[in-house]
Design a protein around this ligand. Structure first.
Ligand SMILES: [Zn+2]
Length: 350
């Protein structure tokens, strides 16, 4: 078996840079540009990068053969917010990008990006934010109607907020709050799915360092609309044979997944993944001594299903790093990044 080295520092460095590049669904150019630059800098011969009109990045790596082309996908788009309304008190009413609990963004720092590129800082607050004023501050249901952004500017009415250049439809970025602990944990928002993009980066890096290339030509779609259900629905060749979607494994109560292995999803809300490809990935993991956890994700959909629903004919499976408290303040471990990168690499070599 080919010896592969997975260095955690470059993978982590790649991930931290990506986490700190805002990319809520619909706002992708900076993050796609970051990924494009970093993959190009690997200096891999036979690697071609292009962007689709929709803004996704398609990376093609020529393999030893093209008889059964393979695909990978992961997404850079994340949860976020958008200005729905400018309130009469100058604060901002919000609409969600992606699906999560309002509680998950309560008291989060945000950056408001105006349509002409200016940025303002602010905080997501419940309308009743102070316990010194509202006895029932903690009891009120959190919803679009009871949450608002307090902009860090001297504004007290809608006209003053509009004078800043803020308007309905402006993107609101959630602070990622990236932290790498000395125990190897990565704590941040948006590990879904930037951790998986970093794992693909790690796999490519390790294969390249070993002087290897994929057994079959592989097309990787770095998607930009996964959180709204149609990320990787396009971008693959028609004769694709196998597609491995790389997305977070759902860690939590009752789940088999953890933050220290690679998750292999057998079934999610969209039904079972392809049994043959799933079995093959488990066998590859066992042969290479990669710790993995088969699991079922109850309320979860992936770009593998988006590809199938769009008419894709390839076998599809789903693997990924374990992420705790997904779509909230997430956490994974560097071990999970390494094991995910390793399984991707073994799949490409197989
Ligand atoms: Zn995801």
């Amino acid at each position: 078996m080919l010896d592969l080295q997975f260095e955690i520092d470059p993978i982590t460095h790649f991930l931290v840079g990506l986490l700190n590049t805002p990319s809520p669904t619909g706002y992708h150019a900076e993050a796609i540009g970051y990924v494009e630059t970093r993959f190009a800098a690997l200096g891999i011969r036979g690697l071609a990068l292009r962007r689709t009109p929709k803004g996704a990045l398609v990376i093609t790596w020529a393999g030893d053969q093209e008889t059964a082309p393979r695909g990978l996908t992961a997404h850079i788009d994340t949860l976020g917010l958008m200005v729905k309304e400018i309130k009469s008190n100058g604060r901002l009413k919000l609409t969600m990008l992606g699906g999560y609990m309002w509680n998950a963004v309560e008291f989060e720092g945000v950056t408001i990006q105006t349509h002409d590129g200016a940025q303002y800082r602010g905080t997501v607050l419940p309308v009743k934010a102070s316990v010194h004023i509202h006895r029932d501050a903690g009891d009120a249901t959190r919803s679009a109607d009871t949450m608002e952004v307090r902009v860090d500017a001297r504004v007290s009415n809608a006209d003053e907020t509009r004078e800043l250049g803020i308007e309905v439809g402006d993107f609101v970025f959630l602070d990622p709050r990236v932290e790498i602990t000395d125990t190897g944990f990565v704590r941040s928002r948006h590990l879904d799915d930037k951790a998986s993009v970093a794992a693909i980066y790690g796999a490519f890096r390790a294969l390249h360092a070993a002087g290897a290339r994929p057994a079959q030509t592989v097309t990787t779609v770095i998607a930009n609309y996964e959180e709204v259900g149609h990320g990787a629905s396009a971008g693959f060749p028609d004769n694709l044979s196998e597609l491995v979607a790389v997305d977070m494994a759902a860690v939590g109560e009752g789940q088999n997944s953890d933050e220290f292995s690679v998750g292999i999803c057998v079934k999610d809300a969209g039904g079972p993944y392809h049994a043959e490809l799933t079995r093959k990935l488990r066998a590859l993991a066992e042969r290479a001594g990669i710790p993995y956890k088969p699991d079922i994700y109850p309320y979860y959909g992936s770009d593998g299903e988006a590809y199938w629903r769009a008419g894709g004919a390839a076998q599809v499976a789903l693997i990924g790093p374990g992420v705790d408290a997904s779509h909230a303040y997430e956490r994974t471990h560097q071990d999970s990044l390494i094991h995910t990168a390793h399984l991707i690499a073994r799949f490409l070599l197989s």
